[in-house]
Design a protein around this ligand. Structure first.
Ligand code: FES
Ligand SMILES: [Fe+2]
Length: 446
């Protein structure tokens, strides 16, 4: 549990809040490059409680401006994106990607008033097909974190997004919690092949059986320079243990262990839209080859942690992230089917992500952590909260940004999953496997 004060401190992300200030020292991924075209319509964006407008100018640069025009506050969403700038539709003031007012056609031509205007504009960078924004105070901004998928060819990765109507912390906590997979994501009868359609990926005979047999993984955590490395071990029979290694990378990135021979891998970011909304932006990638058609198809057409299946999406809208909003919600009980719950799956909820989102939203938009009762299986969550709170307090008291913001290569790591003799240390045994090595992609149990 947390005190009321610490819960507030951890969850609130608006300007001036301690965690909001902390998060502004990290780069935030928010759009895929294909979502924003040169001289095309601007897009509404909301990050850390700030309403912003993104556009790509005639030279291909992405701008991210305060939504409200510096003149009299009209939304720049209605603006004209033309000739290297975004022009407010009300009186024609025009801004470039740096927030300079480059034209003020409703003032006399000899006026220098426009030179005095500096509209809020946040720097953006593109890497690995993703547009990143920096909302912090540092000029120049710190380097982008360096993730393995950024160095791969476009055909080796596939990205997707999903909006969730809850605070970002409780959404992210679901991703570092290996203990829930024995329950909410499980099938009642492992031999029931028809139920495989309720999940992503193919059959995982061994891992599913291990999760069914041992429902109380033993957790161990190691604090690292990038965040927290989490081991969750389950009895696998014959004196062996199945260890799944989840990485939490400051402040909101996660990577869970892969499955199978020469596996695809996943990375995601849980980016706060505001205090009561988050989106998860995820990339599936293969370190050594292009993704196969069925791997792309699974990402594009089936549900997963960060994928909404196409028929379960809301119609595309111009609201922030309006392409990535789901239909299943608390109001429709996430389309839970009680008959399926009685006979086939633990939850009766078909969308994979919704099996997580239903319990997470049911906690309330910001869960009251003063009322929790945390057990041994919550060790990872406790450790990550502590890390975030310590960083936010350090920032609040001393104004110092965490060192990882200046160490992009500490993000160059992998998650893992492996079978080991019970006495062996998972952290030592996975040391080489957790390194990013070109052309090397260790296999994992499935
Ligand atoms: S409000 Fe934007 S130009 Fe007047
Ligand atoms: Fe889950």
């Amino acid at each position: 549990m947390l005190s009321r004060e610490d819960n507030e401190l951890l969850c609130r992300v608006g300007p001036g809040t301690p965690t909001g200030t902390l998060l502004r020292h990290y780069w935030l991924p928010f759009l895929f490059d294909w979502e924003i075209e040169a001289d095309a319509e601007p897009q509404r964006v909301r990050l850390l409680g700030e309403d912003l407008i993104a556009f790509r100018d005639s030279l291909g640069r992405v701008g991210l401006l305060d939504d409200h025009c510096a003149h009299r506050g009209a939304s720049l969403f209605f603006g004209r994106n033309e000739e290297c700038g975004l022009r407010c539709v009300y009186h024609g003031w025009k801004y470039d990607v740096d927030g300079r007012c480059v034209d003020m056609p409703n003032e006399p031509p000899e006026s220098t008033f426009k030179d005095k205007i500096r509209h809020t504009a946040y720097p953006c960078l593109e890497r690995g097909g993703v547009v990143w924004a920096y909302l912090g105070p540092q000029t120049p901004p710190p380097p982008l974190p360096h993730f393995e998928w950024m160095d791969l060819l476009p055909e080796q990765r596939y990205g997707s997004k999903r909006v969730q109507y809850s605070n970002w912390v409780q959404a992210m906590e679901g991703d570092i919690d290996q203990s829930h997979v024995s329950f909410v994501h499980s099938r009642l009868n492992l031999d029931d092949e028809t139920e495989l359609r309720f999940r992503t990926g193919g059959p995982r005979r061994l891992v599913d059986q291990i999760r069914k047999n041992d429902t109380h993984p033993h957790f161990e955590v190691v604090e690292t320079d990038y965040g927290v490395c989490i081991g969750a071990g389950r009895e696998a029979g014959d004196g062996a243990r199945y260890w799944r290694i989840t990485q939490h990378l400051m402040p909101f990135h996660t990577m869970t262990g892969p499955y199978g021979e020469n596996p695809t891998r996943g990375w995601r970011a849980w980016v706060p839209v505001d205090d009561e909304q988050v989106f998860v932006l995820g990339i599936t990638f293969h370190p050594t080859r292009p993704l196969a058609d069925d791997e792309v198809d699974r990402q594009a057409n089936r549900s997963g942690v960060w994928n909404i299946s196409p028929e379960m999406r809301m119609p595309v809208s111009s609201q922030p992230y309006g392409r990535w909003r789901p239909r299943p919600s608390l109001e429709n009980d996430f389309f839970q089917d009680r008959q399926v719950q009685r006979t086939k799956t633990y939850s009766g909820i078909s969308e994979f992500w919704a099996q997580d989102a239903a319990p997470q939203l049911s906690m309330g938009a910001i869960t009251d952590r003063t009322r929790e009762h945390l057990g041994t299986s919550d060790l990872a969550i406790i450790t990550v909260r502590r890390r975030l709170l310590a960083a936010a307090k350090q920032m609040q008291e001393h104004g110092t940004a965490p060192p990882e913001t200046e160490r992009p290569d500490c993000y160059l790591i992998r998650s893992d999953a492996l079978l080991l003799p019970a006495a062996q240390s998972w952290f030592a045994a996975s040391e080489e496997r957790r390194k990013v090595m070109a052309g090397v992609n260790p296999s994992c149990p499935a």
